[in-house]
Write a new protein. Sequence first.
Length: 366
Amino acid sequence: MKAFIKKEAVLCIAFLCAVISMLLVPPDVGYASYVDYRVLALLFCLMLVVAGLQDCGLFDLLARRLLAGEKRFRFLAMALVLLPFFSSMLITNDVALLTFVPFAVLVLELTGRQAQLPYVVTLQTVAANLGSMAMPVGNPQNLFLCSKFSIPMGGFFAAVLPLTAVSLVGLVLAAGATIGDIIRVDFQDAGGIGKPGQLKLMLLLFALCLLSVFHVLPWPALLAVVIVAAALFARHLFPRVDYALLCTFVCFFVFSGNLGRMEGVRGVLTGLMAQNTVVTSALASQVISNVPASLLHSRFTQDWKGLLVGTNVGGLGTLIASLASLISFKLYIRTEGAKPLQYLGIFTLANVVGLVVLGVVAWLLP
């Protein structure tokens, strides 16, 4: 039990919040309207399909092809940082970090640059969190908000692309600040696609996921196709879905739905959101993480743009502001010679700088 609570702390907190709220607002037929079934279906499908792509070795192959050979260390660091930045736009920030942080550890060990690991992994974490905001499928809060408010794609990209562009410039400058001579990266094996048939299937299913995100394909049809296809050709992928995340969403749907029916709480939260949606949601993200913040605050404002910007920019800051940041930290501290305090110092500095810079940019934008 202790191990489960430690591993799934956010789920446990969400469950506790849901249970307490249920004592104040007894279950009734209104509960059925709390849950956004479309979001849950899309999350499930995307997690399964991305797990299938990862299982084929696609991301590992692309990274090896890009980094093998002689390169300046500055270019190597930049590539390691930009891989999660761009990939997170389609495969989510969590998966990008799970894929490319271990890869960075391998590359820096092969080149004898382990001392640079805290800096590079920190930048990878920031890159994945900021790159993921550029697409509706980049992170769970984007997917939820796009579904909740039926955000037009033109409005979505107008809100996030300026922030993404500033983020890209900042990350390139930060990665380019590394110092080093020309080094050579040689992998013991070339890597490759292990399951070409599965790769084709997953690419097709991923295309269908995107069509559903953009409201071209109904989500019940997508869910049925993905489940049947996986059951027939890739049953081993079902256990790789993050069911804890889905349950966390359900718990926060119940919690936020019940809060919305409490007059006093609704008045306070509505007032805070009316004053400044970006600041309120960004600050809340520092304490409860940006995904729960988006679920909670969405019931008390119609300012989807402020909520979108606030929860994405608010993913910077504390280690729990974005749960993807915890993934990087856990992966780093498992490495030989890890220095957790040094990592946390670099992480905090980079995140505070990023939070301030993007906060100012968000304030200047119309």
